[in-house]
Design a protein around this ligand. Structure first.
Ligand code: SER
Length: 336
């Protein structure tokens, strides 16, 4: 029997950097797609990589026809801050690209008689709390609560969750729909390997990377702004666990996950424990603050823990002490 094949779109992004090795370790042959050329450290995991936009349906179809992946991680997207700057492009890429890819996977499933598992990174951006007081009072928000996003990215992600669920549950003909859609609403993610770009939760990891490089940092949200976060290795581990879970154990197609929920001020304090000379100021930018204020301070991830064993290894302390700080000291001392 041939090896299992996984397609990863947007493979050059922060998550791709850690997902590709995880898929290779799990025994997958990988085909990748990104606007950018895959760097050497990623290309070595890939059987083929194509440099194109997810909206170039012809080229995406060609890649699917050559490899027939049974697992798809659709990471390609404009993140929240970029989506606010370019809403039309965000809609085209985030919604148009996703629906086209789901439909191509369904075409493939019909041709091969084998359904495609479609893994979708959704986001805490799908939530929309009306004001700061409601956000504080809401506590741990559950999957069905407050899903009235105010940002373009959140609207895109929420609609794609609905589309994915639609395509998974509505068989066009007799029998299987051909799509097994599974999504995680990721919190802010912290990676020691890459610096984020284009997101709203970026202030957390940016603060740490700046301190490790002895650079001053101007934080674009208020000190009391609170969001849920987790490390990238825990996020990728969760995504892989959901991808491997038995369908019968899933009580929903869309899951919250998180590990800890500090305020931006607590982030600063934690960074100062390791980099006492870090120069961090709070200079809120209204448009970005408004998005953070509408996202939940915390989410409830009981379903992920119960259904497929979400079990993040890093709490706030060990994220810094065991994961990020040692890796960044090595990286930036080495002159990277
Ligand atoms: N971390 C992402 C962003 O800030 C949200 O999913 O855009």
């Amino acid at each position: 029997m041939s090896a299992k094949t996984a397609l990863v779109t947007g493979a050059v992004g922060e998550m791709g950097h850690q997902l590709l090795p995880a898929l290779a370790t799990a025994g997958y042959e990988i085909v990748a797609l990104d606007l950018a050329v895959l760097p050497a450290e990623l290309i070595r995991y890939c059987k083929e990589s194509v440099e194109t936009s997810i909206t170039e349906t012809g080229r995406v179809r060609g890649l699917l026809e050559r490899h027939r992946p049974e697992l798809v991680f659709h990471l390609a997207a404009l993140l929240s801050a970029s989506a606010e700057r370019k809403p039309s492009l965000a809609h085209k890429v985030n919604v148009g690209g996703t629906v086209a890819l789901i439909q191509l996977c369904q075409e493939q499933a019909r041709a091969t008689g084998r359904s495609v598992r479609f893994m979708f990174p959704s986001s805490i951006a799908v939530y929309g709390l009306p004001d700061q007081a409601t956000k504080e009072a809401a506590g741990e928000v559950r999957e069905h609560q407050w899903t009235q996003p105010t940002g373009m990215y959140g609207c895109n992600k929420l609609y794609c969750e609905l589309l994915g669920t639609y395509y998974s549950t509505h068989a066009l003909h007799q029998g299987d729909s051909g799509i097994d859609f599974r999504a995680i609403r990721f919190p802010g993610l912290i990676s020691a390997e890459t610096v984020p770009n284009g997101g709203t939760s970026d202030y957390g990891p940016e603060m740490i990377h700046a301190a490790a490089r002895s650079l001053a940092y101007s934080c674009f949200v208020r000190e009391d702004s609170r969001l849920p976060f987790m490390t990238m290795p825990d996020a990728v581990d969760g995504f892989m666990k959901l991808a491997c879970a038995d369908e019968r154990s899933l009580s929903t197609r869309v899951y919250n996950i998180k590990a800890f929920s500090p305020t931006a001020g607590q982030f600063r304090d934690k960074v100062l424990e390791y980099f006492p000379r870090a120069d961090i100021r709070f200079e809120p930018v209204a448009a970005r603050q408004m998005i953070v204020d509408s996202w939940p301070a915390d989410v409830n991830d009981d379903r992920a823990r119960t259904d497929w064993g979400l079990n993040p290894q890093h709490d706030f302390d060990s994220t810094m002490g065991d994961y990020v700080v040692p890796a960044l000291r090595k990286r930036y001392l080495a002159g990277d």
